[in-house]
Design a protein around this ligand. Structure first.
Ligand code: UDX
Length: 445
């Protein structure tokens, strides 16, 4: 099929490349000429494992093209995906300016039939707004349907989430639009285990926000459980593992830490709560979820302070800056906020992250960056682990102790094994696990 994808951020570019890889002819469009320049040279402007290789392959096979002209996206395309940014507006609601602008341009340029498909995360009701704009601005030759097809891809595993998803949700208001979108995803559905959920537009929009809000709720809940575990001398990792064995609960998104971040969860939870309020529904449950999440950062800073007596003039190594591993994305990253708070509280902070230091530098002018975890920890009074990059678990703890001024680790992500840290002579303070003082919980030896 002939498909265009407007907006080449994480969702848009991944969608474009993956749809090309299953045999469609794809045009990726972005008004940002710098971004399109990079992409046309075969470079992905963000860190996403495997995407650059796939992009180059699709260019070589001639299945993918890029352009800076949104009107191009509207010419003779079976499906047009809108994947532009939907940032948070001043009152916390979703700012739909870019969606509206792109829709207008598409409407003007459209010739023939196309399914205008919203893929960026938007509040329920946006499909209707797109429909209105299309009707107002459509050229006489235009024929269209509007659809919602929310994405559920996670950064760092975006290709697998797109090509082997658990579900594909498509909201339409016509049989014709539904058939077009079934055809787009046919190869994925035929080859994998994805359930194709065909519904109306409002329901599709709701599924996305409700999913992210529930996942965020699980995380905040477990973060509170972790706090209780710390007081009651229980181990949140074992609690989460055993809870997850119940098929009614399942194992995912039960990991306690320093709070959720990223471009989606913080924004989506807030937007969902506000949408509910606008419809007269009290979703104060989500206010609590947000409150717990916000509190995690200061709580972690306080833990570091408690471990050191004070932060004033202490040297602290912050390991990890991205909002989670396998991405260079620092949007809404609790790690960045923690590094900033430690440094404004009087500590000398040196950070290390395998891929996110370049993007974080501008936000952290008073934080030094180091070439590796040991360099960051040189002469430090404490290592503060803020992102669970796998390489942190592989650091030689004896070598680490040797370079540090004091052997203290505060682990916000439970990235290390408490017994190994204890055996290497560290004061190791983790999240929701009892302090290891010679006895490891669950160890009866
Ligand atoms: C999320 C959704 O998972 C995805 O479906 C949606 O389409 C986009 O938003 P992403 O932002 O890539 O994806 O990150 P995700 O892997 O969901 O993690 C979000 C945050 O929650 C991270 O900061 C992560 O560290 C944190 N998290 C996740 C936890 O603290 N505990 C967990 O158990 C899981």
């Amino acid at each position: 099929m002939r498909i265009s994808v407007v907006g080449t951020g994480h969702v848009g570019l991944t969608t474009a490349v993956c749809l090309a890889s299953i045999g469609h002819e794809v045009l990726g469009v972005d008004e940002d000429a710098g971004k399109i320049g990079l992409i046309s040279e075969g470079k992905v402007p963000f860190h996403e494992p495997g995407l650059q290789e796939m992009l180059r392959q699709e260019f070589a096979l001639g299945r993918m093209r890029v352009s800076t002209d949104v009107s191009d996206a509207a010419r003779q395309r079976d499906v047009i995906f809108i994947c532009v940014g939907t940032p948070t507006g001043q009152g916390g609601e979703t700012d739909l300016t870019q969606v509206e602008r792109v829709t207008r341009t598409i409407a003007n340029a459209l010739d023939g039939y196309s399914v205008i498909t919203e893929k960026s995360t938007v509040p329920v009701g946006t499909g209707q707004a797109i429909q209105r704009t299309m009707r107002e601005a459509a050229s006489p030759n235009a024929e269209f349907d509007v659809a919602s097809n929310p994405e559920f891809l996670q950064e760092g595993r975006a290709i697998a989430d797109t090509l082997q998803p658990s579900r594909i949700v498509v909201g339409t208001s016509s049989e014709r639009a539904e058939q077009s979108l079934r055809e787009v995803y046919r190869p994925i559905v035929e080859q994998g285990n994805a359930t194709f959920v065909a519904t109306d537009i409002a329901t599709a929009e709701m599924i996305k926000h409700a999913s992210n809000a529930l996942l965020a709720t699980r995380i905040s809940f477990m973060n509170q459980v972790a706090e209780l575990c710390e007081r009651a001398n229980a181990d949140v990792e074992v609690v989460a593992h055993a809870m997850g064995l119940d098929p009614r609960i399942g194992p995912h998104f039960l990991k306690a830490g320093i709070g959720y971040g990223g471009a989606c969860f913080p924004k989506d939870v807030q937007a969902f709560r506000i949408t509910a309020e606008q419809h007269g529904v009290d979703m104060s449950l989500l206010s609590e979820v947000e409150k717990v999440n916000t509190g995690r950062k200061q709580r972690f800073v306080d833990k570091v302070r408690a471990a050191l007596g004070s932060l004033e003039d202490k040297r602290i190594a912050v390991w990890g800056l991205s909002f989670k591993p396998d991405t260079d994305d620092i949007r809404g990253s609790p790690a960045v906020e923690i590094a900033r708070r430690l440094s404004t509280s009087g500590a000398f902070v040196t950070a290390y992250d395998p891929v996110a230091m370049d993007t974080a530098r501008a936000l952290l002018p008073n934080v030094d960056m180091a070439a590796d975890p040991l360099e960051a920890a040189k002469d430090a009074n404490c290592v503060a682990i803020c992102t669970e990059w796998p390489e942190f678990a592989e650091v030689d703890l004896n070598a680490l102790r040797e370079v540090m001024a004091r052997p203290v680790i505060v682990d916000g992500r439970n990235a290390l094994d408490p017994r190994a840290a204890y055996n290497a002579g560290f004061l190791y303070i983790s999240t929701g696990r009892p302090m290891v003082m010679g006895v490891v919980p669950g160890d009866d030896a």
